[in-house]
Design a protein around this ligand. Structure first.
Ligand SMILES: C[S@@+](CC[C@H](N)C(=O)[O-])C[C@H]1O[C@@H](n2cnc3c(N)ncnc32)[C@H](O)[C@@H]1O
Length: 207
């Protein structure tokens, strides 16, 4: 593994859990991420992996891709996961929207987890939000048919926006988040709940 975090994946004789990008233009193939095909899930903005570490550990027969732009957070997750010998986790240090829109393989993910994306609460900054009008279409490209997007936020206006854009797309149906999944709280969620802040969640399934 190199020192820049844009380094190599492992589990297949390679070193480290980071995926090494050799191009920022050519789309990734599924086999660039994992040699053996198994059901694959994505977490966008995984932070230091409070959710992903436990989830990937409990489901060794599924494969998980964590995307995060902050190297320090990913390194923390990588250290813990390597210590446990995880072979079903790949970490991508990259800007999430571009990655989902252009680089991740099509029809590849059974689930996408997006927990507490930055809410950009001021009106003049709201255009920065990840989950905007275009987002359902770009996620539909990488989901398998029947794949699900799981969303959580503490910010009510952003939650309304999430609901509006997925509803308006027309290709997704609204679902309750499964109880087992909902019980797995993320680091930010624990922090919000400890402060008495209510968190909101929803899932949208691609039909
Ligand atoms: C509020 S934190 C939530 C972290 C984690 N999901 C949790 O719930 O504990 C949002 C995370 O998303 C990452 N992030 C925000 N925008 C991003 C982007 N465009 N691409 C990749 N990561 C992003 C941030 O660096 C941060 O770690």
């Amino acid at each position: 593994m190199g020192g820049d975090g844009l380094s190599n994946a492992s589990g297949d004789g390679r070193s480290g859990l980071f995926h090494e990008f050799t191009s920022v233009i050519n789309p990734l193939l599924r086999e660039d991420l994992f040699a053996k095909p198994q059901p694959m899930e994505l977490e966008i903005g995984c932070g230091d992996g409070g959710f992903l570490f436990g989830y990937a550990g409990d489901y060794p027969d599924r494969q998980f891709v964590g995307v995060e732009r902050l190297l320090g957070r990913l390194r923390k997750l990588e250290k813990k996961a390597r210590r446990e010998g995880f072979e079903n986790l790949r970490l991508l240090r990259f800007e999430a929207r571009y990655l989902v829109q252009y680089l991740l393989p099509a029809n590849a993910f059974e689930a996408i987890h997006i927990y507490f994306p930055d809410p950009w609460p001021k009106d003049k900054h709201a255009w920065h939000r990840l989950v905007n009008k275009e987002f359902p279409e770009i996620t539909a490209r990488i989901l398998t048919t029947g794949g699900v997007v799981h969303l959580r936020t503490d910010n009510e206006p952003y939650f309304s926006q999430m609901q509006e854009v997925f509803s308006a797309h027309g290709g997704f149906v609204h679902e309750e988040t499964p109880t087992e999944l909902a019980a797995r709280r993320t680091e930010f969620e624990k922090m919000f709940n400890a402060k008495g802040i209510q968190t909101l969640r929803v899932s949208w399934r691609l039909t």
